[in-house]
Design a protein. Sequence first.
Length: 230
Amino acid sequence: MTSSSSSSRVIEIEDGNNPEEEIDCEVTPDVQKRGADDNGEDGDVVPMIKLIVSYATSKHEISVPPQATFGGVKKLLANVTGLEPDEQRLFFRGKEKQDEEELHTAGLKDKCKLLLLEDQESKERKLEAVRMNEKMLEACEEVVKVRSEVDSLAEKLAVLEAAVHSGDKVPDKEFVVLGEFLMRQLLKLDGIKAEGEAKAQRRLEVRRVQSLVDTVDNLKAQNANPVSNI
């Protein structure tokens, strides 16, 4: 005659493919003593159960009182998984558990397994945030490339400015060509789709180029009328 086992058999879902695995929920709870009272005597003993939580490729063990809620478990798991409680979905015996439900009423015992999944909407929001961040970085890189070209044009403008202020006659073509190159940079900046920090950087560079274009026009006018430079 086969002796009866002290363990109860349950079915637990291990991953998103929903394979079934038999596991044991052993009734061997840990205990936690409350602090001693004023007479130095030990306080009441609080039974604790250990839960094994599967998340992605990791497993986490936590000890909680049987009267704890699934919402409380989520708060503990937030510290080890990085998922906020509202981003978590906890499953026991293939069914999602609600935050307000207590562990003991759901049938959880020591060594029971839970499955933790990230909420799909939360996952999609994070993926979208990653995509947006990648786009922003790409836009920032494009702005940096334009800025580098504008730096070179600004150096050429400084040379022309020094020549005009010293009274030298500068060929009008120099101002025309430099102005055209600066306008090309404005067109490049206008074609960059940017959000957030990249958009702010693009706006600053647009203002800078516009200021340089104004300087070119002013120098061109001064060069055409040297008397006004005196």
